[in-house]
Design a protein around this ligand. Structure first.
Ligand code: GAR
Length: 209
């Protein structure tokens, strides 16, 4: 089974979805550690409750962004994961980090990329008058919320939607889409090559479920 490290900054519901999937018989990956950049990330307690080793690297304990990241990279060297899943990790990785783990890092973003990268994505989708929204799992490259797309799922935007209501609706499909994308990567059915996604034996993805 492929070794996965999950990075979180917050509640960790996507991390939990990944851990739950990884606990199913036959799932091709296991979560070997959770790394957070916040001591109070709710996901840390949830991971610990599942017996997953956790590591918190607080930015304030390091002199610089580089030193903070170097410590995380050193921990990753010890863990030697096959795959790194960013799951609500609200910090940009440096080019050095991304190059070191090129093709091994995936992220989930709560919009239909390339629309609405960055923050306040749900409010921006509502303000744009979108009738659908969704989530995207993509390989991490140097641009924020860029990188070749592995999987997406769609939800409706409804009349009178608020950012919070839409975020909750999108989150429910995130919890299905992220484990599905991780499975594809762990099975070698999806990989990044020359900045593009190459697939093998992949069923056409349902646009929404
Ligand atoms: C999720 O909606 C995830 O897509 C988003 O943060 C939330 C984390 O929730 N990520 C980003 O906005 C990254 N740009 P969780 O901690 O409960 O998984």
């Amino acid at each position: 089974r492929k070794k996965v490290v999950v990075f979180i900054s917050g509640g960790g519901s996507n991390m939990l979805a990944l851990a739950k999937a990884a606990g199913e018989p036959g799932f091709p990956a296991e979560i070997v550690a959770v790394i957070a950049d916040k001591a109070d990330a709710g996901g840390l307690a949830k991971a610990a409750a599942l017996g997953i080793p956790t590591h918190a690297f607080l930015r304030k304990n390091f002199d610089s962004k580089d030193a903070h990241e170097a410590a995380i990279l050193a921990e990753l060297d010890r863990l030697s994961p096959d795959i790194i899943c960013l799951a609500g990790y609200m910090r940009l990785l440096s080019a050095t980090f991304i190059q070191r783990h090129e093709g091994r890092i995936i992220n989930i973003h709560p919009s239909l990329l390339p629309l609405f990268p960055g923050l306040h994505t749900h409010q921006r989708a509502i303000d744009a008058g979108m009738k659908v929204a969704g989530c995207t799992v993509h390989f991490v490259t140097e641009g924020m919320d860029e990188g070749p797309i592995v999987a997406q799922a769609v939800v409706p935007v409804v009349d009178g939607d608020t950012a919070d209501a839409l975020a909750a609706r999108v989150l429910t499909v995130e919890h299905r889409t992220y484990p599905m994308a991780l499975r594809l990567l762990a099975e070698g059915k999806v990989r990044m090559e020359g900045g593009r996604v190459v697939t093998r034996d992949v069923e056409p993805s349902p646009a929404s479920s």
